[in-house]
Design a protein around this ligand. Structure first.
Ligand code: SF4
Length: 300
């Protein structure tokens, strides 16, 4: 089992006449046996960061920094290395809407056995770890419930026994019972020693399963720390707004809209939405170097 060390990663997309600064100077470490949730609104850069780790960025992307998984820098890997030695073997992807990622005309067993053959894994073991019974494996994707399709996707992600799992918005579209079952499943994988990066806009789900939560805003991490501290004692006004927006709390969304990633403010990107902003916020705040770190001049 190995650490994932994301070090000062930035991702930009060159468009005609503009540059999208999707991820800016992000550093994050995930250890074996740890789940880190990356949370934030749509478009904050969390899925772009996951795509960079998996080598799924389009041709107009420029990256800088490094993302080391053991002795491999994922950002420097070639397409061939990513396809033959990294995806499935070092990183398992648990996608959003798993049913749509399964081949409709083949049973779960056939898809799992083929993945096991390619990746050198054990289909039966992966199915058992994902909580699938033999009778589930003989079903076609349209015969699987949402929860079963999710378990097949988990088994496919696990079959090569990768040390790191990336789950991209896995709770989207699932009802609450399925979400709870899936989060329990992730927790078992973490307790088994896997490192899990959970990409989600669902702070409540993040709090249930993650050891640490990193909050992203406009391409930067603005707060990162132990999950209960980020939820119950958020220091950044944006993170506090997300926590207060939970249904069991005020249920009020954070007012305003995030800035365009083509026109980021020079100082704190949250300033136009922040009730605490003062002149000092015209300088960009830097993430502190603490176990519960924040990038804000006037933390809550
Ligand atoms: Fe608000 Fe200023 Fe903190 Fe930004 S740096 S979140 S504008 S108080």
């Amino acid at each position: 089992m190995v650490n994932l060390e994301i070090d000062r990663v930035s991702v930009r997309f060159a468009l005609k006449g503009a540059t999208v600064e999707a991820v800016n100077d992000v550093s994050l470490r995930i250890r074996p046996g740890e789940c880190v949730a990356l949370v934030g609104e749509s478009g904050c850069g969390k899925t772009v960061l996951a795509s960079a780790l998996l080598g799924f960025l389009p041709g107009n992307a420029e990256t800088s920094g490094s993302a080391r998984l053991g002795d491999v820098d994922l950002l420097a890997a070639t397409d061939h290395e990513l396809a033959t030695t990294i995806r499935g073997r070092k990183i398992g992807l648990i996608p959003q809407s798993p049913a749509s990622h399964l081949t409709p005309v083949r049973t779960a067993r056939s898809q799992l056995e083929e993945a096991a053959k390619v990746l050198g894994g054990d289909a039966g073991e992966a199915a058992e770890r994902a909580g699938l019974l033999p009778e589930h494996l003989d079903r076609y994707p349209h015969e699987l419930s949402g929860g079963m399709a999710q378990r097949v996707a988990n088994a496919l992600a696990l079959v090569g026994n990768p040390p790191l799992l990336i789950a991209d918005e896995p709770t989207t579209g699932l009802d609450r019972d399925l979400v709870d079952g899936l989060l329990d499943e992730f927790r078992r994988l973490v307790d088994d020693g896997h490192a899990v990066l959970l990409i989600t806009h669902d702070l409540a789900a993040a709090h249930k399963v993650a050891d640490r939560i990193a909050v992203m805003y406009a391409g930067r991490i603005v707060e990162v720390g132990p999950a209960h501290q980020v939820l119950d004692n958020a220091k950044h006004p944006y993170a506090r707004g997300l926590a207060n927006a939970l249904p069991e709390r005020d249920f009020l969304p954070v007012p305003g809209q995030p800035p365009l990633l083509t026109h980021l403010p020079a100082g704190c990107a949250f300033a136009p939405r922040c009730e605490q902003a003062t002149a000092i916020c015209e300088d960009r705040p830097v993430l502190t170097d603490d176990p519960h770190a924040v990038a804000c001049h006037l933390p809550c």
